[in-house]
Design a protein around this ligand. Structure first.
Ligand SMILES: Nc1ncnc2c1ncn2[C@@H]1O[C@H](COP(=O)(O)OP(=O)(O)OP(=O)(O)O)[C@@H](O)[C@H]1O
Length: 193
């Protein structure tokens, strides 16, 4: 798996406020980044800039490789069963072996449950299963541990380590500690405008 995600001299403005400036992130295959900082400092904004969903006020983002984003938006049909909702994406993503993600994230017993009935942690695990099934090299994760219990957190930390050891890139915005393989930490407080 070869990929890169290189952000250079990024500044971010939301409304009339400059949040941060001068931020560079040279993401290469195997790298894991932990983006930290207080509420409202701009972690989600940075993830959206890296994903190409928000234009930086200054700087550039260069990317090679497909990208998967997990944030607080669940993109699964609330009125379908979890199995059907995931199957919709498996078909689009060309996923041939969805069983592994379902097993690792312990979703198999929930396949018949309507998505709207899932708990916060179960929804988060479903979003992570979608990410695994896409098999994309660049993971952009905005507070991926929110709602996960201790066992699910550990399982997902192991999945990130496997992803990076296979040449993937993981960029994780999280206000809580997360075990990442040889993480480079970017504290947004150091870039506050
Ligand atoms: N569309 C918008 N227009 C103007 N300001 C915005 C917009 N979206 C977010 N902001 C502001 O930008 C700032 C950064 O928000 P962001 O969600 O990136 O922070 P965060 O570090 O991820 O916060 P948290 O830890 O609470 O998730 C906040 O002050 C927020 O109010």
């Amino acid at each position: 798996m070869q990929a890169h995600l290189v952000a250079t001299d990024i500044a971010c403005r939301r409304g009339d406020r400059l949040l941060f400036r001068g931020l560079s992130l040279p993401g290469r295959s195997g790298d894991a980044y932990h983006i930290t900082g207080a509420n409202g400092i701009g972690k989600s904004s940075l993830i959206r800039i890296l994903a190409g969903l928000l234009r930086p006020f200054a700087g550039t983002v260069e990317r090679e490789g497909a990208m998967g984003l997990v944030d607080d938006r669940l993109a699964l049909d609330a009125n379908h069963s979890l199995g059907d909702a995931l199957a919709f994406w498996q078909k689009l993503d060309g996923c041939t072996n969805p069983g592994r993600a379902l097993e690792v994230l312990q979703l198999l017993p929930l396949m018949d449950v309507p998505v709207r009935y899932l708990s916060t942690g179960q929804k988060k695990r479903a979003a992570l299963a979608r990410l695994l099934n896409r098999r994309c090299p660049i993971w952009l994760l905005d507070e991926p541990l929110n709602g996960l219990d201790a066992d699910a957190q550990k399982a997902f930390e192991t999945l990130i380590a496997l992803h990076c050891s296979g040449g993937g890139i993981a960029i994780v915005a999280s206000h809580q500690p997360i075990a990442l393989p040889s993480p480079r930490t970017i504290d947004l407080a150091g870039y506050a405008a």
